[in-house]
Write a protein that binds this ligand. Structure first.
Ligand code: GDP
Length: 461
């Protein structure tokens, strides 16, 4: 940890840090100026003001009339050795909804205010305990729904993105130094001595930013999950397949065509990757108002999908209507990975007039080729996305946007260099690139950005 932290202790805040519900214990966190002395006023036990940092004390939380609210353990953290960097008290009380609420209320009566979402982490950032990208990783960690999302958040929390950004920033600072050296000599009409070196440095940087940017598509899928739509004619076996994959009866399966009236979304993890499976209502014309709404939502789901799986019932001939349906989807899918699956292999028609190029033929009923389908879905979803399990992924659109802008400035500096423009033009571009990179780690920031980042957090974090 950085030893030269300058801690600012703000007014104390408090919040329940554990999820609402019944549990063994709940934790109420208090952080800020004089947090220990304030909590001490509601604590019946040792005088907390005399205790060392990182110690735990047993006692009661009492209200102003001296009534016992709960038996608790308090853990003390002196500044700067806490999550926020401020003086912090963590009160572990019994884990009932009401008890926890009463302990919190007692604390709030001590002239301590309720914390905003993410306010503890925001203070940790403002006190230099972590970079902005690390603070964001804390939120990602909490929201992670798959192992790979968790891994990506861990990497970011460790500061690996920050390290990359630091290297980039150093490269720009080096480039700026070269440019400024040139500026010093400008009156003497000296040729730009380092032009080639500078050009090489900026070109390297451009490429490195590119490499990092290229991980964003995979990063986005890992973080948010692969939106997967199941499409095909009614009765093709979409709901059945979805149930087979997820292993429980979430979608309704019936023999009447058009029973899936709305889209049904199910989170499903396979091999560490989250898939958001969407069973569509089918996309045919309909008179029924409710069904029409379902169709509209299905259309939207298809347009937003990261992976489309078209199911063709092998027990039925390939009707012209279906040919049109499939063709239309293949065309509309564009770059979205598309998997063509034959279903009901167990009752496949002997004579299939139209041979289609199936990726797989499955039987959900008999469990045939289901494992293969799962593997194929994962492979297709991450294909051409520069996914490498061990390397750092850019998972946030905020980071991607900043990297893109920084890259633009680097490229424009390169152009300026190419056109033989003077150093001051280059300096402007380089400084702008430096700023963009600084917004990722938080060296450069503004209130709006911080607010929007920390509002994603839960209260108590
Ligand atoms: P959806 O309209 O595309 O969602 O189709 P459903 O999943 O509701 O399935 C329609 C019918 O096909 C149901 O009666 C299912 O039991 C049946 N079905 C689905 N998959 C299979 C399969 O692999 N083999 C057989 N024999 N029947 C299946």
């Amino acid at each position: 940890m950085n030893k030269e932290l300058k801690i600012i202790q703000k007014e104390p805040i408090a919040a329940i840090a554990t999820p609402v519900g019944e549990g063994g214990i709940a934790v109420i966190r208090v952080s800020g100026n004089e947090a220990i002395a304030k909590v001490n006023r509601a604590f019946d036990g040792k005088d907390l003001r005399d205790q060392k940092s990182h110690t735990v004390h047993f006692g009661n939380i009492i209200d102003q009339s001296g009534k016992v609210i709960d038996e608790v353990l308090v853990t003390l953290f002196h500044s700067p050795r806490s999550y926020t960097g401020e003086e912090t008290v963590e009160i572990s009380c019994h884990g009932g909804v009401l008890v926890t609420q009463q302990v919190l209320e007692t604390i709030l009566e001590l002239n301590i205010r309720s914390a905003e979402p993410g306010e503890f982490t925001q203070r940790a950032f403002l006190n230099g305990k972590m970079e902005l990208s690390q603070a964001e990783a804390v939120a990602d960690l909490i929201h992670a729904k798959s192992k790979k999302a968790l891994d990506a958040a861990h990497q970011q929390l460790e500061g690996r993105l920050g390290e990359h950004i630091k290297t980039f920033r150093q490269q720009i600072i080096d480039a700026t130094a070269m440019v400024e050296l040139e500026l010093d000599f400008i009156e003497e009409d000296v040729e730009f001595a380092n032009k080639e070196e500078l050009e090489e440095l900026l070109m390297d940087l451009d490429k490195e930013i590119d490499n990092l940017l290229s991980t964003y598509e995979a990063g986005r899928l890992v973080k948010h999950g692969v939106k997967t739509v199941f499409i095909g004619l009614p009765n093709a076996g979409k709901s059945t397949l979805l149930n087979t994959l997820v292993g429980k009866d979430r979608a309704i399966v019936t023999e009447i065509a058009g029973t899936t009236r709305d889209t049904i979304d199910v989170d499903w993890s396979y091999d560490g990757l989250l898939f958001k499976l969407i069973d569509t209502a089918g996309l045919r014309e309909t008179e029924d108002v409710i069904e029409a709404e379902g169709v509209r939502r299905s259309q939207k789901a298809f347009e937003e999908a990261d992976l489309a799986v078209y199911l063709k019932d092998l027990s039925k001939p390939f009707a012209p209507e279906e040919r049109e349906d499939l063709g239309g989807f293949q065309k509309k899918a564009g770059d979205t990975p598309f998997v063509l699956v034959g279903t009901k292999k167990d009752i496949e028609l002997e004579k299939e007039e139209e041979r289609l190029d199936y990726d797989l033929k499955i039987s959900a009923l008999e469990g045939e080729k289901i494992e293969e389908l799962k593997k194929l879905m994962k492979q297709r979803a991450l294909e051409n996305k520069h996914y490498d399990a061990s390397s750092l992924l850019v998972t946030s659109s905020r980071h991607r946007d900043a990297l893109l802008k920084a890259q633009e400035h680097v490229r424009s500096a390169l152009q300026a260099l190419d056109r033989g423009m003077t150093g001051d033009f280059l300096s402007i571009d380089l400084r702008a690139a430096l700023n963009e990179l600084g917004t990722i780690t938080g060296e450069i920031t503004n209130e709006d950005v911080l607010d929007s980042i920390f509002s994603r957090f839960c209260i108590g974090k």
